[in-house]
Design a protein around this ligand. Structure first.
Ligand code: C2E
Ligand code: CA
Ligand code: CA
Length: 732
């Protein structure tokens, strides 16, 4: 039973439609109305021309009064034309959530006022008197129609004016008035059909006009099926009864026709045709309604995926930017009150590592909800990862951000969570919002490591550093192509003989504008924008090329260490790239040390693990960089098989004064030795440090004491001058 009722509810359109579906059908109806408006205008124009030629001019020449003739013969056509024009403009300008422009406002206002004024002014002289040619019924119908049409048209005029005012001043959606437009078209069409077809019928012709008009109403305008049935039912029945007033109306009767002396019996099927037409039209209406509804659902699904961020249900970044631009342009006069926020979640990575990806996703969803809760009127989107973007007003911003920070902070009891928020006011209404967002992001970046500060606004003083950063992002391809990325070499020595056992390759960016750039300026930026692999690929290739050239020139062979960023393994197939270069330059694998930082290994990312296994399996040497620099985890030593551990230079900073620091470094070296890993200490600057490290058994040393990073030729010169001696010890 329930199924049957739900089937009928569905078929007849009683079901609840979502706002999207309702809007979709509504928008389509408004579109149909604009076509009809156009047709009404054309027809009325034609009628005006016809009346002028056939009635006004002859009667005026016969001595009639021009004004009276004009009123008598053209009033209703003018009126209909104004209304048609008004409604057509209304439909053409109709745009959900958009304010009317000045011109549109003026046109609608003029049209609406003209309609009202004209209807009010009309003397109802056009009333029809029953006469020889017009039956009393016909006259009554026409007069009733006339009065209601006048009243109705006045209402439409008033509605157009109201709509224009509301839309222009406040950008309020006045759905009632939009429905009124659709109803107006329906009634105008039906009245027109009935009026013309009755005259036709009366003159012994077909009722095509009525049929066409109901076809228009039923098929172009989409009401819910039960409403359509009602509209069609009333129109068909009503018109049927109207027709009855003339010669028995539509009939189902036999007539006898005599053709060439033979009598034929002809059965007239008018009534049957009439009913059949009604039935087929009703069926088509059902079909169209359901077809359009399916269309709406499909388009919703599509639209959703194009606009929505699937993790949080907020807008995705590109749609956010589009809407932000629109919003600022629509309120260009107070664009200064708007601010873009870029919100970054502190420690999201740790949360993901410790609680797992699913919990991470739930956390993102929750942040999305917090954001919409704290900023109910803002435009909210997610840019990527744990980065949220907002366009909002400046009022109460600090309190809101604190509230948001508290919500995020309280989400987990153990992990220290919070937000960093960068802000930037748009420069002008026409500027691409992504520029402001990026500046806000830059500002957020600046306070990332300051835990007490959650808000930072972009200002002019930041712009130089900001532009440098932007320059780096925009020019990495140029830099690679033009050879601005240059490998520098820093010697690594054996601690006992202090002979060179290799060197580390460190990137420098020789820029035509900024001069020499250091890794701390470009590496973090390139990592943030996921472009680091471009630089690394270039550096590896240069290093390999230099190595090959040195070998071809008969220089002593010396291994090189290459730095790998964690992102290299995500953004390219780093191992294949490396292996390809080794093959291309015919470099034996023991000559290559792959340095991976400790922090890269923290989140146990499976592609990275596979890559490291492959590196080892292929025969490259795997080095752990920056050991002890971050959140050290001894698990890293347990889980991966490193050949060499590079001890971070921070341990050396107060080696001379701190017994503790000395003990610690001693222990690390002993521990590495026990698990068969060799050690290298970075940042050796003094002789005392070098002596100490040698004595506690650290195998290799690297630091300014033995040489700063230098260009290839400088390195060769120092070797040639004997300042650096390449070790011939055969352990790579
Ligand atoms: P890192 O791998 O830990 O490199 C060692 C850094 O310490 C280098 O800085 C080096 O110049 C510096 N250094 C060496 N000895 C001493 C010393 O005795 N005292 C002091 N104070 N510093 C010393 P650099 O070249 O500025 O590189 C910084 C970081 O940038 C590197 O740290 C590495 O993580 C990254 N990096 C450099 N080149 C590349 C590259 O080609 N690719 C990737 N992915 N990262 C790179
Ligand atoms: Ca390194
Ligand atoms: Ca290092």
């Amino acid at each position: 039973m329930k199924r049957v009722t739900s089937f009928f509810t569905h078929i007849f359109g009683f079901e609840r439609l979502s706002k999207y579906e309702r809007d979709y059908l509504h928008d389509a109806n408004i579109r149909s109305c604009s076509y009809m408006g156009f047709i009404v205008v054309l027809i009325e124009l034609w009628m005006l021309i016809r009346q002028t030629y056939s009635k006004i001019i002859p009667k005026y020449q016969a001595g009639g009064d021009l004004y009276e003739l004009f009123i008598k013969y053209t009033s209703k056509y003018w009126l209909f034309m104004l209304i048609g024009l008004g409604l057509m403009l209304f439909c053409l300008f109709y745009k959900r959530n958009r304010r009317l422009s000045k011109g549109q406002f003026a046109a609608l206002l003029a049209m609406g006022v003209a309609c009202m004024a004209y209807t009010a002014m009309l003397r109802l002289e056009t009333f029809t008197q029953p006469g020889e040619a017009i039956t009393p019924v016909m006259a009554t119908i026409m007069n009733v129609m006339l009065v209601s049409v006048y009243v109705f048209l006045f209402v439409i005029g008033a509605a157009i004016v109201t709509y224009a005012l509301f839309k222009y001043l406040k950008n309020k959606n006045i759905v009632v008035l939009e429905h009124l437009a659709i109803i107006a078209f329906t009634l105008i069409c039906l009245a027109f059909g009935i009026f013309v077809s009755y005259s036709d019928f009366w003159g012994g012709k077909e009722i095509i006009c009525f049929l066409t008009m109901v076809l228009y109403v039923g098929c172009l305008l989409i009401y819910r099926p039960y409403v359509t049935i009602m509209i069609l039912g009333v129109s068909f029945l009503g018109f049927y009864f109207i027709l009855l007033t003339y010669q028995g109306g539509l009939s189902f009767q036999q007539t006898e026709v005599v053709i060439s002396g033979v009598t034929h019996k002809i059965i007239s099927g008018d009534a049957v045709n009439y009913v059949t037409f009604f039935i087929s039209l009703a069926t088509i209406c059902f079909a169209i309604y359901h077809g359009r509804l399916t269309e709406a659902r499909k388009s919703k699904a599509l639209e959703k995926s194009a606009k929505e961020d699937d993790r949080t249900g907020l807008y995705n970044y590109s749609y956010f930017s589009e809407l932000a631009k629109e919003r600022i342009q629509n309120h260009a006069e107070d664009a200064g009150k708007y601010v873009f926020l870029f919100i970054d979640v502190n420690n999201f990575k740790s949360f993901n590592d410790q609680r797992g990806f699913e919990a991470g996703d739930r956390f993102l969803l929750a942040i999305g909800e917090f954001v919409s809760e704290v900023f109910p009127d803002a435009l909210c989107g997610r840019q990527a990862d744990d980065h949220f973007v907002l366009l909002t007003g400046t009022e109460g911003l600090a309190e809101k951000l604190n509230a948001l920070n508290d919500l995020v902070h309280d989400y987990d009891d153990e992990i220290l969570l919070g937000i960093n928020c960068g802000a930037c006011h748009p420069n002008s209404a026409s500027e691409d919002p992504r520029i402001s967002i990026d500046r806000a992001r830059y500002a957020a970046q600046l306070i990332k490591s300051r835990f007490q500060t959650i808000y930072c606004e972009y200002d002019k003083t930041m712009s130089e550093a900001y532009h440098k950063r932007l320059y780096i992002i925009n020019n990495i391809d140029n830099a690679v192509k033009n050879g601005w990325i240059v490998p520098y070499y820093q010697p690594v020595v054996w601690s006992d003989t202090e002979e060179m056992c290799g060197c580390e390759v460190l990137a420098r960016w020789m820029d035509p504008v900024y001069g020499q750039l250091f890794p701390n300026e470009f590496i973090p930026v390139l990592e943030e924008y996921r472009l680091i692999h471009k630089l690394d690929r270039a550096i590896y290739e240069s290093a390999f090329r230099d190595l090959r050239a040195a070998m071809d020139a008969g220089r002593p062979v010396m291994p090189v260490s290459l730095n790998f960023s964690r992102l290299d393994f995500e953004l390219m197939d780093a191992v294949t790239e490396l292996d390809g270069l080794a093959a291309k330059y015919r470099i034996s694998k023991e000559l290559i040390h792959v340095e991976v930082t400790e922090s890269a290994l923290m989140d146990n990312f499976s592609r990275l693990n596979e890559a490291l296994d492959r590196i080892k399996a292929l025969g490259y040497s795997l080095w752990l960089d920056d050991f002890g620099s971050g959140y050290s985890s001894l698990n890293v030593l347990k889980d991966y098989q490193f050949d060499v551990v590079k001890i971070d230079m921070r341990f050396l900073s107060n080696l001379e004064n701190s017994e503790k620091a000395r003990t610690l470094i001693d222990c690390i070296i002993q521990m590495a030795d026990r698990i068969n890993m060799l050690t290298l200490t970075e940042g050796v600057e003094t002789r005392a440090q070098a002596e100490f490290l040698k004595n506690i058994g650290c195998n290799r040393l690297q630091g300014y004491l033995f040489g700063k990073p230098m260009p290839r030729d400088a390195l060769y010169e120092r070797i040639d001058r004997g300042e650096l001696i390449v070790s011939d010890r055969n352990v790579f």
